[in-house]
Design a protein around this ligand. Structure first.
Ligand SMILES: [Zn+2]
Length: 70
């Protein structure tokens, strides 16, 4: 379940949802979709922070500040 490397060459197949703390397997689009659904259940004041967090996780060590701005 928590295997860090199910696919060779990719070490970010999963992400912990910052909203529900659930392990999510899938593409960045799927992760965003999941997070959006979770965000519907929380205060919209957290949306920006969480989206920025997800973006940082997806971009990993190559974070582009401009890329984080939506
Ligand atoms: Zn979630």
């Amino acid at each position: 379940m928590y295997a860090a490397r199910e696919r060779s060459g990719e070490d970010r197949d999963y992400t912990t949802c910052p909203v529900c703390s659930q392990m999510i397997n899938g593409s960045p689009e799927e992760l965003n979709e999941h997070v959006e659904l979770c965000l519907n259940r929380v205060s919209t004041s957290l949306v920006a922070v969480i989206i920025l967090t997800m973006a940082a996780v997806e971009h990993g060590d190559n974070v582009n500040k401009q890329g984080l701005l939506m």
